[in-house]
Write a protein that binds this ligand. Sequence first.
Ligand code: X2X
Length: 355
Amino acid sequence: MLHFKLTKKAAAFAAVFVLMAAVAANAGFKREYKMQVTVGPKLYWGMGATKFAELVKEKTNGQIIVKPYFGSALLKGAQLKSSQMVAKGVIDCAIDSTINISPVIPEANIFHLPFFLNDFETLDKVKFGQAGEAVFAAMRAKRIEPLGWAENGFRQLTNSKVLVRTPADMKGLRIRVVGNPLFIDTFRALGADPVNMNWGDAVAGFQQGVVDGQENPVGVLIPIQIYQYHKYATMWNYVVDPLIIYWNQKEWNEFPKDIQDAVLAAAREAGRFETALSRAGLDGDKSLNILKDEFNYTMEVPDPIAFMEGKGMEIHMLTDEEREAFAQATRPVYDKWIQEIGPEVYEKAKADIAK
Ligand code: X2X
């Protein structure tokens, strides 16, 4: 009996010792850093998360292990809570949409003013300009460290009822939107009937016809096979949806400088890769060449518009005049939300665009 007790004690000591040695060996880093990802691994956004995790491991020589949790699994689907949970340190890091971080960072809604930013060139000026820096500064003030940009893309309208060309065509359409009030305001102003739904419920909602339509970038719509549920698409670039890779600030500040540098480099590289994927076929050969030349990515990326047409969708590209009618109809929303975002951020964006 005595012998047994001693052995047990010895074993416990040994276990503690081994654990301490393990902690010392990896300088106190966690075994795994949990990363929130709203969507699944097959979407470009999800591929960006996987790329980031791979690059972090490689660039830190395996010292930092990021594990993506797809489909907002860490949030039980509540995608709008991601920045709050990362700020608190409940979740270590995320790759998330500006739409989803807006409850904590109202400045991020600069990208969602209806019919404000509508092409890649303008978008890049804002992302990498003073307005983008203002969004990053707002994140830092809320205890979140932004590491780099990626992109979900310009958001397009699809539905099962009518080919939308004018605001009048949208009357009464039940449109699923993320529960960001700017989106509710925008669709109400257009005469539609917006319905809040988390992404995890939205796809089933399209399948079951709970809603008539939705708005998301083509990089999301193709993998979820939207053409099975919605015949009509309007390419209107009405808002854009950048992604930001970010980390809990306290944890970030405790990382040694070499680790910070490596993780930052991983975020920039993964962001560039993911942005190129989401723009492929939409900006001439530019993004396709980035994928090939910089990332040696040889998988075929189909032209999204031709692909959806090939699946039987009717697609309308909004003309400048048609766009103007939508911009007019949503002008009160635009003016109201400049105040919510902060007029100084809006002025910065305008100055970035003018450059
Ligand atoms: O919920 C959406 O529509 C999605 C996946 O695009 C976002 O997370 C903003």
